[in-house]
Design a protein around this ligand. Structure first.
Ligand code: F6R
Length: 617
């Protein structure tokens, strides 16, 4: 939800904090700020609450070299409590200004704590919940605690999930970080000249690729060349760093105007990443050594529950469809924020599969923890290996798409779909639902997938004209059936989140049960109708829309000569085996949303009111 970066070392922290914040800015970009301890030992804070311009304005404000110091913290904000403005931007200072903190998470009992602090004479300068932390830490430091003790004591007073970093003028060479629960991770690393911490590994890569992911309930103290871990009792603990597989270059835009266009274009490679070391195209076999389930456990599975949020939920819906088709196990996908609160029936025979790009989504983690308590075996399909979700799950299937920066998820979805297809094949084969020949046939089909997706990406040109037409609508309807339903839902979500056009995804069979009342010239319909058994049904739905004067965009298979007689606009995706059709129809829908966002002058990488990693409910 927010991005944190902290530095302690030999160089001037100011430009390094700005650079660090650039790497985590995608997590929140309403506001930005830094605090550094200057050569006189005082904490200097500069912040901006200028919406998307915040970080650039902050960089300009500190770019003259006037401000310097070897230790500092920085923050990019995604507002939860208090509007977007300079006073609500982080870092927040204690009353004396001798402590400064940056915070990620929600302090659920903040009103109660605020009353207590106000009663003790403290004046608040912001509307945020986070400011209570600054005052709690400041008060403990004033009473003689060191910074680490003060941060631990403040954390013991708050309820809710929290990640916080703090500096104190009394200890000018260190930064303390603390994580409680799942409010976004903190990852720490060092080299001889510096130690750094951030909410995302990518910000650490210019310094080191050996990192430590803070566990919930861990505290860290960094100083030049030193990282020390503690528990919430303040006792020192020890853990070896892990070598991260993330790549700094991957987080740059290259020649692309936006991260979104880069990430859409990277999808053939993302699919390859998800198949690497798993699908053996020469032998026609597939192995998933990461899956730690015994044969007996696999045979005992009587239900698969897939869970996630947003795009990850749609990915899970695709997964449920393909697992049920191939492995013949009843499978459902459910929104994690619902699953976590409705006391679902889960047990040792339910396989739970979570999908999450970040591995940090609060609702998804809560649903996973629920599944763990219920004794359900569980796997997670994710991009960010090392994130909290990997520690909750029994096994992790990394999708290996490469870091996704754009808020709207694209390449992670396609790589996760590939991984779910692999999981479906694995389960089907292990349970004897498909034999080695059938596996060989599907693996052979999958070998073509990167090239097929690359071909679908050529539709970019066609989609551009269409985007200009769709940009004129205020309402769009997306229709699909069977495995095309999650794609229709995803197409609508993409359009909503980056073009800000109201778009609804619906099962095409639902139309007569309510949606038809909205049909007419004011609403265009995007229908996913590739060549399969459900195609005739989709043609009827398209005709229904046309009969009521609505414009139709039909996404069909190349060679289709029928739909053009009914639909206004036709996009033809490459022909492929039916199992792979959702991969084909997904591409033009992503492109359509991207191009429509551009036609409307929106910034697709930084959609309003959204952030990449949703670490609060
Ligand atoms: C939409 C999008 C979001 C995420 C959702 C879950 O483009 O990116 O809907 O899919 O916030 O995030 P993860 O996958 O990180 O759990």
């Amino acid at each position: 939800m927010c991005g944190i970066f902290a530095y302690a070392g030999t160089e001037n922290a100011v430009p390094l904090l700005i650079e660090g914040l650039r790497s985590v800015e995608y997590r929140g970009y309403d506001s930005a700020g830094i605090s550094v301890i200057d050569s006189s030992g005082a904490i200097q804070t500069v912040k901006r609450g200028d919406h998307k311009a915040s970080l650039e304005n902050l960089a300009a404000a500190v770019g003259d070299g006037q401000l310097s110091g070897g230790v500092g913290i920085g923050h990019t904000r995604w507002a939860t409590h208090g509007e977007v403005n300079q006073k609500n931007s982080h870092p927040h200072a204690s009353t004396s200004g001798s402590v400064s903190i940056a915070h990620n998470g929600i302090i659920e009992n903040f009103l109660e704590l605020k009353d207590e602090l106000v009663d003790s004479g403290i004046e608040f300068v912001s509307d945020t919940d986070s400011e209570v932390l600054a005052h709690l830490v400041g008060r403990s430091v004033a009473n003689g605690s060191n910074l680490r003790e003060a941060v631990i004591s403040a954390a013991s007073r708050i309820s809710g999930n929290t990640a916080v970093v703090a500096v104190s003028a009394a200890e000018p060479s260190i930064v303390v970080g603390l994580r409680v629960g799942n409010a976004g991770g903190i990852v720490v690393g060092k080299n001889v000249d510096a130690a750094v911490m951030a909410s995302d590994t990518i910000a650490l890569l210019p310094y080191t690729c050996e990192v430590i992911y803070l566990e919930p309930g861990e505290v860290v103290e960094i100083a030049q060349g030193s990282v020390q871990l503690f528990d919430l009792e303040g006792s020192a603990t020890k853990r070896d760093p892990v070598v991260t597989n993330q790549n700094f270059e991957a987080a740059k835009k290259g020649n692309h105007p936006h991260f979104m266009s880069k990430e859409i274009a990277e999808q053939p490679e993302a699919i390859q990443g998800a198949m690497r070391g798993r699908a053996d195209f020469a032998a026609g076999t597939l192995s998933l050594p990461e899956i730690s389930l015994t044969h007996d456990q696999i045979m005992a599975i009587d239900r698969v529950v897939l869970t996630g949020m947003g795009t990850s939920l749609h990915t899970g819906m695709f997964g449920a469809s393909v697992i049920e088709t191939l492995a013949r196990i009843p499978s459902v996908a459910e929104n994690s924020s619902e699953l976590r609160y409705r006391n679902p029936v889960l047990g040792s025979n339910t396989l739970v599969i979570a999908m999450t790009q970040s591995g940090e989504t609060a609702d998804t983690l809560a649903a996973m923890e629920h599944a763990r308590r219920a004794g359900a075996p569980q796997g997670v399909i994710l991009e960010m290996e090392g994130s909290q979700a990997t520690r909750v799950a029994d096994f992790t299937l990394g999708v290996r798409a490469g870091q996704e920066i754009c808020v709207a998820s694209t390449k992670t979805m396609i790589a996760s779909m590939t991984t779910l297809l692999e999981l479906a094949i694995f389960l089907a084969q292990a349970r004897g639902e498909i034999d080695a020949n059938h596996v060989k046939e599907i693996v052979g089909q999958m070998a073509e997938l990167p090239a097929l997706v690359a071909k679908a990406l050529d539709l970019n040109g066609e989609v551009t004209d269409l985007a200009d037409r769709l940009a004129k609508y205020e309402d769009l309807l997306y229709l699909g059936r069977g495995p095309q339903l999650p794609i229709a839902l995803e197409g609508a979500l993409k359009m909503k989140e980056i073009a800000y056009i109201h778009a609804e995804g619906n099962p095409a069979g639902e139309m007569k049960h309510g949606m038809n009342a909205l049909l007419g010239p004011d609403m265009a319909t995007v229908a996913c109708a590739p060549n399969n058994d459900l195609y005739p049904k989709m043609l009827s739905n398209i005709s229904e829309v046309k009969a009521r004067g609505g414009e139709v965009v039909a996404i069909v298979t190349e060679g289709d000569g029928t739909v053009e007689r009914i639909a206004d606009n036709v996009i033809r995706v490459p022909e492929c085996p039916e199992l792979l059709q959702p991969f084909m129809t997904l591409i033009p829908l992503q492109l359509l949303a991207y191009r429509t966002a551009l036609a409307l002058g929106r910034d697709p990488d930084k959609p309003r009111n959204l952030a990449k990693t949703v670490t609060v409910e």
